[in-house]
Design a protein around this ligand. Sequence first.
Ligand SMILES: [Zn+2]
Ligand SMILES: [Zn+2]
Length: 343
Amino acid sequence: MSGPAAYARFESVNGAVIHRLPLEAFPNFWVYAYLVLKDECRILIDCGSGTDPSHENLLSGLQRAGLATSDLTHILLTHAHIDHYGGLSQLKPLTDAKIGCHELDVPTISDHNEKLDSMAMRHASFLIEAGLDQETVDALLGIYRFTKSFYRSVPVDMTYEAHELQIGPLEMIHLPGHCAGHVAMRLDDIIFCGDMVVEGVTPHLFPRSISPYNGLDHYLASLEKLQIWSHGSRLILSGHDDIKTDLSTSIEASHQNIIHRMSKAVEALHVPLTIAEVCTAVYGETDGYQKLLVIEKTGAYIEYFDKHGMIEVVSDAGIKKYRRLGGIPDDGILSKLKYTVIE
Ligand SMILES: [Zn+2]
Ligand SMILES: [Zn+2]
Protein backbone atom coordinates (compact mmCIF):
# COMPACT_ATOMS: atom_id res chain seq x y z
CA MET A 1 0.00 0.00 0.00
CA SER A 2 1.38 3.41 -0.86
CA GLY A 3 -0.11 6.78 -0.01
CA PRO A 4 -1.70 7.87 3.23
CA ALA A 5 -3.76 5.18 4.89
CA ALA A 6 -6.65 5.63 7.25
CA TYR A 7 -7.13 4.87 10.91
CA ALA A 8 -10.27 2.76 11.41
CA ARG A 9 -12.18 0.95 14.14
CA PHE A 10 -13.96 -2.38 13.79
CA GLU A 11 -15.99 -4.66 16.04
CA SER A 12 -16.24 -8.43 15.91
CA VAL A 13 -19.59 -10.21 16.16
CA ASN A 14 -18.88 -10.92 19.84
CA GLY A 15 -17.95 -7.34 20.69
CA ALA A 16 -14.15 -7.38 20.50
CA VAL A 17 -12.85 -3.95 19.41
CA ILE A 18 -10.12 -3.56 16.81
CA HIS A 19 -8.27 -0.36 15.97
CA ARG A 20 -6.39 -0.22 12.68
CA LEU A 21 -3.23 1.88 12.96
CA PRO A 22 -1.61 3.05 9.70
CA LEU A 23 2.20 3.27 9.90
CA GLU A 24 4.56 4.71 7.28
CA ALA A 25 7.08 1.87 7.39
CA PHE A 26 9.29 3.35 4.66
CA PRO A 27 8.85 6.55 2.63
CA ASN A 28 5.47 6.26 0.94
CA PHE A 29 5.12 2.59 1.90
CA TRP A 30 2.45 1.96 4.51
CA VAL A 31 1.65 -0.99 6.71
CA TYR A 32 -1.15 -1.60 9.19
CA ALA A 33 -0.77 -2.64 12.81
CA TYR A 34 -3.94 -3.70 14.64
CA LEU A 35 -4.84 -3.19 18.25
CA VAL A 36 -7.20 -5.86 19.57
CA LEU A 37 -9.17 -5.21 22.77
CA LYS A 38 -10.98 -8.18 24.22
CA ASP A 39 -11.63 -8.80 27.94
CA GLU A 40 -8.31 -8.24 29.74
CA CYS A 41 -6.23 -8.61 26.52
CA ARG A 42 -4.80 -5.57 24.77
CA ILE A 43 -2.96 -7.10 21.86
CA LEU A 44 -0.94 -5.30 19.22
CA ILE A 45 -0.70 -7.30 15.99
CA ASP A 46 2.50 -6.24 14.14
CA CYS A 47 4.35 -3.04 14.91
CA GLY A 48 5.76 -1.41 11.76
CA SER A 49 9.36 -1.07 10.63
CA GLY A 50 10.95 0.82 13.53
CA THR A 51 11.91 3.86 11.45
CA ASP A 52 11.16 7.12 13.28
CA PRO A 53 8.01 7.93 11.22
CA SER A 54 6.70 4.36 11.71
CA HIS A 55 7.31 4.51 15.47
CA GLU A 56 5.70 7.98 15.77
CA ASN A 57 2.66 6.77 13.80
CA LEU A 58 2.40 3.79 16.15
CA LEU A 59 2.52 5.94 19.31
CA SER A 60 -0.04 8.40 17.96
CA GLY A 61 -2.28 5.52 16.79
CA LEU A 62 -2.23 3.96 20.26
CA GLN A 63 -2.99 7.36 21.76
CA ARG A 64 -5.95 7.79 19.42
CA ALA A 65 -7.22 4.40 20.61
CA GLY A 66 -6.85 5.64 24.21
CA LEU A 67 -3.90 3.41 25.18
CA ALA A 68 -0.27 3.82 26.17
CA THR A 69 2.46 1.34 25.21
CA SER A 70 2.57 0.27 28.88
CA ASP A 71 -1.07 -0.88 28.60
CA LEU A 72 -0.28 -3.55 25.99
CA THR A 73 -0.46 -7.16 27.18
CA HIS A 74 0.89 -8.79 23.98
CA ILE A 75 2.68 -7.87 20.78
CA LEU A 76 2.07 -10.68 18.30
CA LEU A 77 3.62 -10.81 14.84
CA THR A 78 1.96 -12.15 11.70
CA HIS A 79 5.45 -12.76 10.26
CA ALA A 80 9.09 -11.72 10.48
CA HIS A 81 9.36 -9.19 7.67
CA ILE A 82 10.93 -5.91 8.66
CA ASP A 83 7.83 -3.78 7.89
CA HIS A 84 5.91 -5.88 10.46
CA TYR A 85 8.45 -6.58 13.26
CA GLY A 86 11.06 -3.77 12.99
CA GLY A 87 9.15 -1.61 15.48
CA LEU A 88 9.92 -4.05 18.31
CA SER A 89 13.35 -2.47 19.02
CA GLN A 90 11.79 0.89 19.83
CA LEU A 91 8.73 -0.58 21.57
CA LYS A 92 10.50 -3.03 23.86
CA PRO A 93 11.80 -0.43 26.38
CA LEU A 94 8.30 1.09 26.60
CA THR A 95 6.28 -1.99 27.48
CA ASP A 96 6.15 -5.25 29.43
CA ALA A 97 3.90 -6.81 26.78
CA LYS A 98 4.67 -10.43 25.92
CA ILE A 99 6.25 -10.67 22.49
CA GLY A 100 5.12 -13.59 20.34
CA CYS A 101 5.88 -15.05 16.92
CA HIS A 102 5.94 -18.43 15.19
CA GLU A 103 8.81 -20.77 16.12
CA LEU A 104 10.34 -20.54 12.62
CA ASP A 105 10.66 -16.74 12.87
CA VAL A 106 12.37 -16.64 16.28
CA PRO A 107 15.97 -16.30 14.94
CA THR A 108 15.01 -13.27 12.80
CA ILE A 109 13.55 -11.50 15.84
CA SER A 110 15.91 -12.54 18.61
CA ASP A 111 19.22 -13.35 16.86
CA HIS A 112 19.00 -10.79 14.12
CA ASN A 113 22.61 -10.16 13.12
CA GLU A 114 23.48 -13.84 12.78
CA LYS A 115 20.30 -14.55 10.82
CA LEU A 116 20.84 -11.49 8.60
CA ASP A 117 24.45 -12.50 7.84
CA SER A 118 23.52 -16.06 6.93
CA MET A 119 20.57 -14.91 4.81
CA ALA A 120 22.73 -12.30 3.03
CA MET A 121 25.24 -15.05 2.13
CA ARG A 122 22.51 -17.26 0.72
CA HIS A 123 20.99 -14.37 -1.22
CA ALA A 124 24.47 -13.57 -2.62
CA SER A 125 24.93 -17.15 -3.87
CA PHE A 126 21.47 -17.10 -5.41
CA LEU A 127 22.02 -13.76 -7.17
CA ILE A 128 25.38 -14.86 -8.61
CA GLU A 129 23.87 -18.15 -9.75
CA ALA A 130 20.97 -16.17 -11.26
CA GLY A 131 23.48 -14.57 -13.63
CA LEU A 132 24.00 -11.09 -12.17
CA ASP A 133 27.47 -9.51 -12.10
CA GLN A 134 29.26 -8.96 -8.79
CA GLU A 135 28.72 -5.19 -8.82
CA THR A 136 24.94 -5.59 -9.17
CA VAL A 137 24.89 -8.32 -6.52
CA ASP A 138 26.78 -6.07 -4.07
CA ALA A 139 24.38 -3.20 -4.74
CA LEU A 140 21.31 -5.41 -4.18
CA LEU A 141 22.77 -6.90 -1.00
CA GLY A 142 23.44 -3.37 0.25
CA ILE A 143 19.76 -2.57 -0.20
CA TYR A 144 18.76 -5.87 1.42
CA ARG A 145 20.82 -5.10 4.51
CA PHE A 146 19.94 -1.39 4.71
CA THR A 147 16.20 -1.92 5.21
CA LYS A 148 16.99 -4.11 8.24
CA SER A 149 19.83 -2.03 9.67
CA PHE A 150 17.69 -0.11 12.19
CA TYR A 151 16.67 -3.26 14.03
CA ARG A 152 18.24 -4.62 17.23
CA SER A 153 17.41 -8.12 18.48
CA VAL A 154 14.58 -8.46 20.97
CA PRO A 155 13.87 -11.64 22.97
CA VAL A 156 10.73 -13.57 22.08
CA ASP A 157 8.55 -14.46 25.11
CA MET A 158 6.10 -16.89 23.53
CA THR A 159 5.87 -18.96 20.36
CA TYR A 160 2.68 -20.01 18.62
CA GLU A 161 3.00 -23.77 18.15
CA ALA A 162 3.98 -24.10 21.84
CA HIS A 163 0.62 -22.47 22.63
CA GLU A 164 -1.24 -24.74 20.22
CA LEU A 165 -1.85 -21.79 17.91
CA GLN A 166 -4.15 -20.06 20.37
CA ILE A 167 -3.15 -16.94 22.30
CA GLY A 168 -5.82 -15.06 24.24
CA PRO A 169 -8.82 -14.70 21.94
CA LEU A 170 -6.75 -15.26 18.77
CA GLU A 171 -6.75 -18.57 16.95
CA MET A 172 -3.93 -18.99 14.44
CA ILE A 173 -2.93 -21.03 11.40
CA HIS A 174 0.63 -21.48 10.12
CA LEU A 175 0.91 -20.38 6.47
CA PRO A 176 4.53 -20.63 5.26
CA GLY A 177 5.70 -19.52 1.79
CA HIS A 178 5.81 -15.70 1.84
CA CYS A 179 7.74 -16.01 5.12
CA ALA A 180 8.68 -19.18 7.03
CA GLY A 181 6.73 -18.33 10.17
CA HIS A 182 3.78 -16.51 8.59
CA VAL A 183 0.47 -17.00 10.39
CA ALA A 184 -3.08 -15.74 9.93
CA MET A 185 -5.10 -15.00 13.08
CA ARG A 186 -8.81 -15.30 13.67
CA LEU A 187 -10.91 -13.39 16.20
CA ASP A 188 -14.58 -14.35 16.07
CA ASP A 189 -15.64 -13.47 12.50
CA ILE A 190 -12.54 -11.38 11.69
CA ILE A 191 -9.35 -12.67 10.02
CA PHE A 192 -5.96 -10.96 10.18
CA CYS A 193 -4.29 -12.30 7.03
CA GLY A 194 -0.91 -10.51 7.18
CA ASP A 195 0.70 -10.50 3.72
CA MET A 196 -0.93 -13.67 2.37
CA VAL A 197 -2.83 -11.74 -0.28
CA VAL A 198 -1.79 -8.31 -1.51
CA GLU A 199 -4.03 -6.32 -3.86
CA GLY A 200 -2.93 -6.43 -7.50
CA VAL A 201 0.36 -8.30 -7.06
CA THR A 202 1.78 -11.60 -5.93
CA PRO A 203 3.14 -11.35 -2.39
CA HIS A 204 6.92 -11.44 -2.30
CA LEU A 205 8.43 -14.89 -2.65
CA PHE A 206 11.97 -16.18 -2.81
CA PRO A 207 13.15 -19.73 -3.48
CA ARG A 208 13.02 -22.38 -0.79
CA SER A 209 16.67 -23.08 -1.66
CA ILE A 210 17.54 -19.78 0.07
CA SER A 211 15.60 -20.59 3.22
CA PRO A 212 13.30 -23.43 4.34
CA TYR A 213 9.52 -22.93 4.43
CA ASN A 214 9.75 -20.28 1.71
CA GLY A 215 8.90 -20.65 -1.97
CA LEU A 216 5.99 -21.23 -4.29
CA ASP A 217 4.97 -24.77 -3.29
CA HIS A 218 4.57 -23.71 0.35
CA TYR A 219 2.81 -20.50 -0.63
CA LEU A 220 0.28 -22.24 -2.89
CA ALA A 221 -0.47 -24.86 -0.23
CA SER A 222 -0.91 -22.05 2.32
CA LEU A 223 -3.36 -20.19 0.05
CA GLU A 224 -5.48 -23.33 -0.08
CA LYS A 225 -5.29 -23.80 3.71
CA LEU A 226 -6.28 -20.18 4.25
CA GLN A 227 -9.23 -20.55 1.86
CA ILE A 228 -10.65 -23.44 3.89
CA TRP A 229 -9.73 -22.11 7.34
CA SER A 230 -11.26 -18.67 6.78
CA HIS A 231 -14.66 -20.06 5.79
CA GLY A 232 -17.48 -18.10 7.39
CA SER A 233 -15.39 -15.01 8.15
CA ARG A 234 -16.99 -11.62 7.62
CA LEU A 235 -14.06 -9.22 7.54
CA ILE A 236 -10.45 -9.66 6.39
CA LEU A 237 -7.86 -7.25 7.79
CA SER A 238 -4.58 -7.29 5.90
CA GLY A 239 -1.05 -5.98 6.42
CA HIS A 240 -1.20 -3.48 3.58
CA ASP A 241 -4.63 -3.36 1.94
CA ASP A 242 -7.98 -1.92 2.91
CA ILE A 243 -10.58 -4.30 4.32
CA LYS A 244 -11.72 -7.27 2.27
CA THR A 245 -15.00 -9.08 2.71
CA ASP A 246 -14.46 -11.81 0.11
CA LEU A 247 -11.18 -13.60 0.70
CA SER A 248 -11.89 -16.23 -1.96
CA THR A 249 -11.83 -13.57 -4.67
CA SER A 250 -8.47 -12.22 -3.40
CA ILE A 251 -7.00 -15.72 -3.24
CA GLU A 252 -8.14 -16.42 -6.80
CA ALA A 253 -6.65 -13.08 -7.92
CA SER A 254 -3.30 -14.04 -6.32
CA HIS A 255 -3.48 -17.33 -8.16
CA GLN A 256 -4.18 -15.63 -11.47
CA ASN A 257 -1.31 -13.19 -10.94
CA ILE A 258 1.11 -16.04 -10.37
CA ILE A 259 -0.19 -17.92 -13.41
CA HIS A 260 0.15 -14.78 -15.55
CA ARG A 261 3.78 -14.23 -14.53
CA MET A 262 4.69 -17.91 -14.78
CA SER A 263 3.12 -18.17 -18.24
CA LYS A 264 5.38 -15.32 -19.38
CA ALA A 265 8.38 -17.09 -17.86
CA VAL A 266 7.59 -20.40 -19.51
CA GLU A 267 7.06 -18.68 -22.88
CA ALA A 268 10.50 -17.06 -22.63
CA LEU A 269 12.16 -20.37 -21.76
CA HIS A 270 11.98 -21.76 -25.32
CA VAL A 271 15.66 -20.70 -25.41
CA PRO A 272 18.15 -21.26 -22.57
CA LEU A 273 18.06 -18.33 -20.13
CA THR A 274 19.51 -17.42 -16.77
CA ILE A 275 17.12 -16.48 -13.97
CA ALA A 276 18.11 -12.83 -14.49
CA GLU A 277 17.18 -13.09 -18.18
CA VAL A 278 13.84 -14.74 -17.38
CA CYS A 279 13.21 -11.95 -14.87
CA THR A 280 13.71 -9.28 -17.53
CA ALA A 281 11.40 -11.17 -19.92
CA VAL A 282 8.67 -11.31 -17.25
CA TYR A 283 9.04 -7.97 -15.46
CA GLY A 284 11.03 -5.78 -17.89
CA GLU A 285 13.99 -3.65 -16.78
CA THR A 286 13.96 -2.87 -13.06
CA ASP A 287 16.46 -1.52 -10.58
CA GLY A 288 17.03 -0.97 -6.87
CA TYR A 289 14.79 -2.75 -4.38
CA GLN A 290 12.28 -3.62 -7.11
CA LYS A 291 14.99 -5.54 -9.00
CA LEU A 292 15.81 -7.55 -5.88
CA LEU A 293 12.14 -8.38 -5.32
CA VAL A 294 11.39 -9.49 -8.88
CA ILE A 295 14.53 -11.56 -9.35
CA GLU A 296 13.74 -13.44 -6.13
CA LYS A 297 10.18 -14.06 -7.28
CA THR A 298 11.50 -15.29 -10.62
CA GLY A 299 13.85 -17.60 -8.71
CA ALA A 300 10.83 -19.03 -6.91
CA TYR A 301 9.05 -19.67 -10.26
CA ILE A 302 12.13 -21.37 -11.76
CA GLU A 303 12.50 -23.53 -8.66
CA TYR A 304 8.85 -24.58 -9.08
CA PHE A 305 9.29 -25.43 -12.80
CA ASP A 306 12.42 -27.42 -11.97
CA LYS A 307 10.82 -29.34 -9.13
CA HIS A 308 7.79 -30.19 -11.24
CA GLY A 309 9.84 -31.42 -14.22
CA MET A 310 8.91 -28.58 -16.58
CA ILE A 311 12.43 -27.30 -17.37
CA GLU A 312 15.97 -28.62 -17.72
CA VAL A 313 19.34 -27.13 -16.83
CA VAL A 314 21.32 -26.73 -20.05
CA SER A 315 24.48 -25.04 -18.89
CA ASP A 316 26.25 -25.16 -15.60
CA ALA A 317 29.56 -23.36 -16.11
CA GLY A 318 29.18 -21.32 -12.97
CA ILE A 319 25.98 -19.79 -14.34
CA LYS A 320 22.92 -21.96 -14.73
CA LYS A 321 20.64 -21.61 -17.72
CA TYR A 322 17.25 -23.22 -18.02
CA ARG A 323 15.13 -24.33 -20.96
CA ARG A 324 11.54 -25.44 -21.21
CA LEU A 325 10.90 -29.15 -21.73
CA GLY A 326 8.44 -29.67 -24.58
CA GLY A 327 6.09 -27.04 -26.03
CA ILE A 328 3.95 -24.55 -24.19
CA PRO A 329 1.26 -26.59 -22.47
CA ASP A 330 -2.24 -25.18 -23.21
CA ASP A 331 -3.21 -24.69 -19.63
CA GLY A 332 -0.27 -26.68 -18.36
CA ILE A 333 0.84 -24.25 -15.70
CA LEU A 334 -2.71 -23.65 -14.60
CA SER A 335 -3.41 -27.35 -14.16
CA LYS A 336 -0.10 -27.94 -12.38
CA LEU A 337 -0.73 -25.05 -10.02
CA LYS A 338 -4.22 -26.31 -9.29
CA TYR A 339 -2.82 -29.79 -8.82
CA THR A 340 -0.35 -28.54 -6.24
CA VAL A 341 -3.06 -26.69 -4.40
CA ILE A 342 -5.37 -29.66 -4.24
CA GLU A 343 -2.57 -32.06 -3.20
ZN1 LIG B 1 5.73 -9.78 4.33
ZN1 LIG C 1 4.39 -6.57 4.55
